[in-house]
Design a protein around this ligand. Sequence first.
Ligand code: IMP
Length: 191
Amino acid sequence: MADLENDIAKILITREQLTTRISELGQMISRDYAGKDLFLVCVLKGGVVFLSDLVRAIHIPHAFDFMAISSYGGTHTESSGVVRILMDLNASIEGRNVLIVEDIVDTGRTLAYITENLRTRNPASLKICALLNKPSRREVPVTLDYVGFDIPNEFVVGYGLDYNELYRNLPFVGVLKPEMYTGAHSETPTT
Ligand code: IMP
């Protein structure tokens, strides 16, 4: 872990801040969805660390499933918003109260695609829970119903978020040193 931490310019959100905020989000969600059929949809891979802590902070019965999508034509630090589904949900969401669990909302293009796609499947309701939000980067309007933290326009890693598939295991959210970027262009899984 020490090696990975050397690549971090600064810690933006500590492990303790994450724990406290996720517990608050869990309480809000538990209250808002009490008595309803709650179904969480986690967007892989970045959302998975957040999901695993969030579900343990939600104290009402619920199910969850995963979707994997690919962002075509972006870079390792910018998503293009041209998205396709790599792995779809196993279950039908028709008539269920769906809450999308995302790691970070940047331009909003990825979430705009996912919400549009899921809406065609006729859920009873469709809301979004994002751990991190970069409001200054928004290009497509998306309504975020639950947000962990608003953050400035910096590329962050840790707590599920990656650069080049690394740093997901850091227990905090940190800003990567700019010299760590390579800026390669490819079709990369949106993470
Ligand atoms: P959007 O479509 O521009 O909103 O991008 C959302 C996706 O881009 C997220 O799910 C992440 O995979 C990725 N992303 C955006 N900003 C960051 C960041 O600062 N660190 C790591 N991944 C990011």
